[in-house]
Design a protein around this ligand. Structure first.
Ligand code: ADP
Ligand code: MG
Length: 698
């Protein structure tokens, strides 16, 4: 057995009970796991503070002095132990709520200690709760002034494995590692990037000799982590493109050309042209395409999708487009049918509310190839939906679908169809390199010409009268308005009431017959939703009061005002999506964010960001900072973003060069056969094996 794979119970000081706890609480099973349980913080122990200088705003600090007296206060649960701690400048209190007996027994009065902890304030006094206590020894050979601090849990602390206990274990382990830690990077990479060896890095990450050594250790370990991930993603992509046969879509001389020359209503933007070229090259090659198309709201992704599907039709294959909501499916179906009405192409729609009888017919037509383009919701994924020869799949607003759902579409054929996933949620580059590292990425970075910047105003609830007046003016100009209410599952009933109250108030302010107001929400029957949507699209309704069902994709160019109620309750990407519903025509558009007075700091930052910029990528960066990668991408569970040390927010640069080196290595020695890469090969094998279960992420 390899040293690092040694079960943790074999480490001196661990024993069966602690081993169980380490496994349960921190997933530490082996020596490796313990070594890679990195400190989350370091404190400078070369500095000793004075009691007289303490204040509650200080970070973790160190004091030197004596406990002069213990005092127990409170009863039962409220019981606590106070220690009056004194140095030459004054007295402060150390407090324990737990382990009182043990502390009293093991800590000596009138003996010099180093006390380590975070000052806090209680009843106008500064104290330190649950400090770490170390004997102060004059000749204490402090091997390093930077002391590592580890995550622990209550249960572990109860068994002596608080941060200090864990540090002791790590130290015991590091004493045994002499030359037993295999290097995972090649000599040439190490010398080229001036990175320390793995063993040195592991020692310094836990017991840094100095700040410089610590930084080098961190850089090395971050690089290692990102490098192997990038290499893995890129290798999977390479293997896939080599192995997976795809439909060859060579011809574009029939419908594609015809539509392009005779039916296109406007000139494509350069970005749209560029992306179409990328797709065109991909689908001719004979390998399966897996492409992510990123483009801000309103950038014209639908048209790219349509033209791509025509490539498939021209080669006598079927294509389909999957969207997350019924409203969106209806809208795409209507638009695409009307775009193609002069071409001999069969377009059909399938959603959850398609009638049984229609469905049966549709299934038949799909199977015998009578339908060329199918548009639909999740209903497309059902096993009963069988295509004759599906060659091109578009997934719109891909972030709305789960991984498993998306993967299902691959399995509709023996030869996998080309896949184009589209998203309007801009993804910061660091994230997309990681999450979609094995996909090809196209970006539409340009809006169709003539669009005016949407003006975003943030107003408090009390400005409602002014907002109403503004809406009257806009309606008089012939524009249409959305008013959106939050509907969050946890407080659904209350939210629903808000929505209906709002609808009533708006109907009173904009009464019939001069005005038409509709309401659309998720609990309505599909037919009713469609009816209301249709009236809005046709310009019959002036105001649409709705929940976020209209968040994605809906396209009504004449709508120029988006009012968002309780805007502080929405996430940034949602707000950006909602705002993207306006600004689609030639008129000046507005987004009005209404909020209460009491808003959290985060809420404030979100609304400020929205007021400041229309740039989806900038908004995504802020969103990433606020929510963290896993939450933002809805991939908390998937494991891909669980880094031990790398941090996508901060380590963008390291990620860039890790990727660069991974690409270079893949080019030079794809199968890791060269002598120089022997370390990498040995490390990569188990790495890849562990990640075999990862399916494609798109
Ligand atoms: P999204 O990328 O958000 O899906 P859409 O595909 O819905 O955007 O397009 C937004 C609007 O822009 C639509 O009304 C569409 O007809 C229009 N559009 C798309 N491409 C162009 C273009 N090249 N020039 C002008 N308008 C365009
Ligand atoms: Mg769209």
């Amino acid at each position: 057995m390899h040293f690092l794979e040694t079960p943790i119970e074999y480490l001196k000081g661990v024993g069966p009970m602690r081993a169980e706890l380490l496994k349960k609480e921190l997933h530490i099973f082996t020596f490796y796991d313990l070594l890679y349980h990195f400190p989350f913080r370091y404190t400078d122990r070369s500095v000793i503070h004075k009691v007289a200088d303490l204040n509650a705003n200080m970070p973790y600090i160190q004091l030197k002095g004596k406990i002069v007296r213990f005092e127990e206060k409170g009863q039962k649960r409220a019981k606590r132990l106070l220690a009056h701690f004194q140095d030459e400048t004054g007295v402060t209190q150390l407090i324990w709520f737990k382990g009182i007996r043990w502390i009293k027994r093991s800590i000596k009065i009138n003996t010099e200690y180093l006390v380590f902890g975070k000052p806090s304030a209680y009843q106008n006094k500064v104290n330190i709760v649950h400090p770490e206590m170390d004997f102060f020894e004059k000749q204490q050979s402090v091997s390093s002034s930077l002391q590592s601090v580890y995550h622990s849990t209550e249960k572990l602390s109860g068994k002596g494995l608080n941060s200090r206990g864990i540090r002791k274990l790590v130290k015991a382990l590091l004493l045994q590692i002499n030359d037993k830690i295999d290097e995972t990077l090649s000599d040439s990479l190490l010398s080229k990037l001036k990175l320390p060896k793995r063993e040195e890095a592991l020692v310094n990450i836990h017991f840094p000799a100095d700040t410089n050594k610590l930084e080098r250790a961190q850089k090395r370990l971050k690089f290692e982590e990102l490098f192997f991930l990038q290499f893995h993603l890129l290798k999977m992509k390479l293997t896939r493109t080599k192995k997976s046969k795809g439909f060859v879509l060579e011809k574009v001389d029939n419908h594609f050309d015809n539509y392009f020359k005779n039916h296109l209503k406007f000139e494509l933007t350069n970005a749209q042209k560029k992306v179409l070229k990328e797709i065109r090259i991909d689908v001719k090659k004979g390998n399966q395409m897996n492409r992510l198309l990123q483009g801000d709201v309103g950038s014209g992704k639908t048209l790219v999708a349509l033209l791509s599907m025509l490539m498939s039709v021209d080669n006598n294959f079927q294509s389909c487009m999957m969207v997350p909501t019924e409203i969106l499916a209806q809208q795409h179906f209507k638009n695409i049918s009307s775009e193609l009405k002069e071409l001999d192409i069969k377009v059909a729609i399938l959603t959850g509310s398609s009638k049984m009888k229609e469905r049966k017919k549709l299934h038949e037509k799909l199977e015998n190839g009578e339908i060329d383009i199918l548009i639909g919701t999740h209903a497309l994924l059902e096993d009963k939906v069988v295509f004759k020869n599906l060659a091109f799949v578009v997934i719109d607003e891909q972030h709305r679908f789960g991984v498993a759902q998306r993967a299902k579409l691959w399995k509709k054929n023996i030869t996998p169809p080309h896949i184009l996933v589209m998203t309007a949620t801009p993804i910061p580059r660091t994230l997309s390199m990681t999450l979609y590292g094995d996909l090809d990425v196209s970006i539409i970075d340009e809006l169709p010409p003539g669009r005016k910047e949407i003006k975003t105003l943030w107003r408090s609830d009390s400005s409602r009268l002014k907002v109403n007046k503004f809406m009257h003016e806009q309606i008089a100009l012939g524009r249409q308005i959305y008013i959106v209410y939050p509907l969050i599952q946890e407080s659904e009933k209350l939210d629903y009431k808000d929505l209906m109250d709002g609808y009533k108030a708006i109907s009173a302010e904009f009464p019939m017959p001069d005005f038409q107001v509709s309401v659309v929400h998720g609990q309505m029957k599909s037919e009713d939703k469609q009816y209301e949507m249709k009236r809005f699209v046709e310009g019959i309704t002036n105001i649409m009061v709705a929940t976020t069902v209209i968040e994605v994709g809906v396209d009504v160019p004449n709508a120029s005002v988006m009012v968002i109620e309780s805007a502080e309750r929405f996430g940034l990407s949602q707000l950006h999506q909602l705002r993207g519903r306006v600004g689609r025509g030639a008129e000046q558009s507005y987004c009005i964010l209404l909020s209460g007075q009491k808003i959290s700091n985060e809420g404030r930052l979100r609304l400020e960001t929205m007021s400041k910029t229309n740039d989806g990528f900038k908004i995504a960066e802020v969103d990433l900072k606020l929510r963290g990668p896993g939450d933002m991408m809805g991939t908390k569970q998937s494991g891909i973003l669980n880094f031990k040390i790398a941090d996508l927010l901060r380590d963008g640069k390291i990620l860039e060069f890790a990727r660069k080196e991974a690409i270079a290595l893949l080019k030079d020695d794809e199968n890791l056969e060269k002598a120089d890469n022997i370390n990498i090969a040995a490390a990569y094998m188990p790495y890849a094996k562990e990640r075999m279960g990862w399916s494609r992420i798109s």
